[in-house]
Design a protein around this ligand. Sequence first.
Ligand code: KG4
Ligand code: ZN
Length: 356
Amino acid sequence: MSVNELDGNSQVNLDQPLARILGIESSCDETAAAVVENGRVILSSAVASQVDLHAQFGGIFPEVASRQHILSIYPIVDQALKDAHLRLTDLDGIAVTRGPGLPGSLVVGINMAKGLAIGSGLPLLGINHLEGHLYSPWLAEDGQDLPEPPNFPLLALIVSGGHSELILMKEHLVYERLGGTLDDAAGEAFDKVARLLELGYPGGPAIQKAAEDGDPSRFDFPRAWLEDTYDFSFSGLKTAVLRTVQDLEKSRSKLPKEDLAASFQAAVVEVLYKKTIMAAEEFETSDILVAGGVSANQALRKKFKSLRKYRVHIPPLSLCTDNAAMIAGAGCFRFQAGFRDNLEMDAAPTWSLADL
Ligand code: KG4
Ligand code: ZN
């Protein structure tokens, strides 16, 4: 069944208790499992990060990632169930990231989810990783106040290591993809520039930290506006930073890393912010949602949070980068809408939200 065959929100009744869903995420370099109730309350969330493992390579090494997922997946699922004080039989379904992501990493989570589904008889739901990011602002830790749920239609900016997308979310589970990056994703640009400036890995937090002591107007880096589209391009900006660094090195000046980081960050934030507002204006949405790893960026958060004209939804820092609570959260909404997958479900490494 395609999501477009659903009558949007009418299939998702928020007054009904939806479900308790186990979520599993292994699309990239985090092995994660979580239990979420009703798409909103996190009963547990366990994440095993591989950051330290990949830092020595300055980026993600796919073969190493999948082997590490194999080591971590069972203990992480076990921990999520224990932390939630639940057994599999207390749950209603198992949601797992099907894609997009690294094929060898995705299959580890998918096979674990299939094994659990066979053993327990629970239904299996394959979730798009980006849909998971979209559902992260609905979530709250157990005992915390629930955030105001976003209103539809809403304009969503997903910015992560692999994606920079503008999405019009018309109803629960109904999306129109307005545009996306033509080259590097925003997070990828942060990671590459951080490597260039030898600031460490992952690049986003490292650039943010260096930028705190820098002058964002010192270097006037280019902004690719790509007029009349909702697409992004960050490769020209990355090249401009590279050229500036090469020129500075030729003149044997000490690299002003803080100013370079701050000026780069300002250029990325300005483009993401302005294009999102343009889309929200064109589609007359009252709500804006920002999610994905780069939504942890303080400069970006500050810019969006200063908006008065829109209700802005950004997840707490713990839910910006990859986690399984967002997969379980999206899984709850899909479960309630009647979606189910079977045991032939395969990984979908290049799965776009436009194909849902
Ligand atoms: O969503 P995510 O955890 O993984 C993907 O789905 O790709 O995003 C990871 C990306 C990395 O590129 C990382 O550098 C970036 O998010 N990131 C940040 C910050 N924290 C993480 N970028 C900018 N500022 C941050 N504070
Ligand atoms: Zn992600």
